[in-house]
Ligand binder design. Sequence first.
Ligand SMILES: [Fe+2]
Ligand SMILES: [Fe+2]
Length: 260
Amino acid sequence: MRVLFIGDIVGSPGRQIVRDRLADLVAQRQIDLVIANGENSASGFGITPRIAQELLGMGIDVLSGGNHSWDRKEIMEYLPHEPRLLRPANFPEGNPGSGLYLGTAKNGVRYGVLNLQGRVFMAPIDDPFRKADCELAKLPPDVAFVLVDMHAETTSEKIAMGWYLDGRVTAVVGTHTHVATADEHVITDVGMTGPHGGVIGMDKEAIIKKFIDGLPARFDVAAGDVQMNCVLIETDDAGPRNASGRLTARSIERLRLRID
Ligand SMILES: [Fe+2]
Ligand SMILES: [Fe+2]
């Protein structure tokens, strides 16, 4: 089984490269399931119902989120109605939406996607480790493939989650920093899908100015060097399952597509 995970999609340049490249990539690499982080897809901040539908219509099966999931107020009412749009599971009880999605991939395999958020240098939400235990306990035994998007700032918290879930899920990938890492084991950050001509997707002039003067500022999406950063996970379908009866990953490959 081949599963593509696309790193944080930023603004219209990020959406455009997915629209241009995803269908060919899925066909060429015979991909069974596509998951993407969409927390920055609306001008860099949040996601709207219209943009969620647009991305789901491009061949993305599940959208995960992060700290920016809540930026657009219209998403609050929409989240309960679109189970394929996740937000981190460990936000307080009672928040709209869910951090867990169960579905069936193109090849007929039942899968789960779990979205968690770290707490180091981030908002003090519920414990993602205990929350992962609770959410994984909900999975029926026929769920053969499980991917976790650990949305966090530090590599250490992401690697710790990778080890914590070792033997229980198929893959743990990281998002949020927008800078791809070179650790093809637990990928601590998949990187960003959007313009790399700025600072983590936003226009560099305004960011540099804010570092210098410390004043409130408005950030716009950057331009130039648009990349789609993803990872391709291949499972060992014939090999032994892990301790929880799930498919194990045979390989994880970083992919970087460019249009400029
Ligand atoms: Fe992000
Ligand atoms: Fe984030």
